[in-house]
Write a protein that binds this ligand. Structure first.
Ligand code: AMP
Ligand code: TRP
Length: 356
């Protein structure tokens, strides 16, 4: 993963910069940890500049209780830091504290086409049957996400598989902006006429899509009605072990080859979780556990998960006891993020034709 970033430069004209974000809209879970947080830390270690955000402007596209939103934002910040995102090496900040996100999103609302937005499957899923009653923000959400990334001229974005379509849209918006404003971009001093990079999604590895523990065909999600389907980052050791012990499986022993997981989504999911937690491939996990039943595999997985998550949740609790410290880290992050954001917006205002 890290090697891939260092050797693969999607567009050598742009300085590599990683950007990603998580919504402070619910309790973080194992899918967020493996699909996002753990990889944020790997990116940080690769030496590339890393910028990570709590996207509260995204969260309010569906109703959030104002009293809990602030707390959730601190919880996500504490989760970033507890998993190893270092506020000195990465910029960690809260989206609404850098107003340029909303400003660039508006410009992008005028670049993106309604036809593009109509194809977004996450909007269809989230709006459900009562689409007329969904917020306008929920519909425009992907344009704000493009603004988040491109405000920092982000070249690499680590996310889970569910965000793939939004990243394709981000590339389309960057391309159309570069194209529509080509001559102004050149006049602004960008000689080849490209102001925004075409961002590279980083979606790979066994953890890009962690599934529900109750149904191996459904994504693990904080909104799952069954509590047993999802391991929260803040679950205690007993709860983690119980959820994994009761995870749905089939009666067959584990195969020795990955092909043997075909048609066994629950077994595949548990193997992939084990692989991601132990930094191995699924092949390596099956070399060790092939032929064993779940009576052996599940307790081994539970031990691994507890070893991994218990120190994280202890650190989150410790940090949450000192909210002022979190707030001060976020203020500092917002200041650093704001400098980059303002630099981008100065050019954008000029390119689009606003008075300065
Ligand atoms: P969200 O909680 O929707 O803001 O998602 C935050 C990050 O976690 C995004 O990068 C998602 O793609 C990732 N993510 C969410 N659920 C899963 C999952 N079940 N498996 C892998 N990644 C996930
Ligand atoms: N849409 C992402 C999610 O729901 C969160 C997000 C917002 C994001 N802005 C982003 C992720 C920019 C990566 C980059 O998970």
């Amino acid at each position: 993963m890290t090697d891939a970033v260092q050797t693969h430069s999607p567009d050598a004209r742009f300085t590599p910069r990683v950007f990603s974000g998580i919504q402070p809209s619910g309790d973080l879970h194992l899918g967020n940890y493996l699909g996002a947080l753990k990889r944020f830390v790997e990116m940080q270690a690769s030496g590339i500049e890393t910028v990570y955000c709590m996207v509260d402007l995204h969260a309010i596209t569906v109703w959030q209780d104002p009293k809990t939103l602030r707390q959730k934002t601190r919880e996500v910040a504490a989760s970033y830091i507890a998993t190893g995102v270092d506020p000195k090496r990465s910029i960690i900040f809260n989206q609404s504290q850098v107003m340029q996100h909303a400003e660039l999103a508006w410009v992008f609302n005028c670049v993106a086409r309604i036809g593009w937005m109509n194809r977004m499957t996450q909007f269809k899923d989230k709006a459900g049957k009562n689409r007329e009653n969904a917020s306008l923000g929920l519909y425009a959400y992907p344009s704000l996400m493009a603004a988040d990334i491109l405000l920092y001229r982000g070249t690499h974005v680590p996310v889970g598989d569910d965000q793939k379509q939004h990243l394709e849209l981000t590339r389309d918006i960057a391309g159309k902006f570069n194209n529509d404003f080509k001559s102004e971009i050149v006049e602004e001093g960008f000689e080849d006429g490209d102001f925004f990079p075409i961002t590279e999604p980083l979606i790979s590895g066994p953890a890009m899509r962690i599934m529900s523990l109750r149904d191996g065909t459904k994504k693990m999600s904080k909104s799952d009605p069954s509590e047993m389907a999802c391991i929260a980052l803040m679950d205690d050791a007993d709860m983690i072990a119980k959820k994994l012990r009761k995870a749905k499986t089939d009666p067959e022993p584990l195969p020795s080859e990955v092909e043997g997981l075909e048609g066994r989504p629950e077994a595949r999911n548990l193997v992939e979780i084990y692989a991601a937690l132990s930094n191995q491939t699924s092949e390596q996990v099956l070399q060790e556990f092939g032929g064993q039943g779940f009576g052996v595999f599940k307790p081994a997985l539970a031990d691994l998960a507890v070893d991994h998550l218990a120190p994280i949740s202890a650190e989150i609790s410790r940090m949450l006891a000192e909210p002022d410290e979190i707030d001060s880290i976020l203020r500092d992050g917002a200041e650093r993020a704001g400098e980059i954001a303002e630099e981008t917006m100065k050019h954008v205002r000029q390119i689009v034709g606003f008075l300065s």
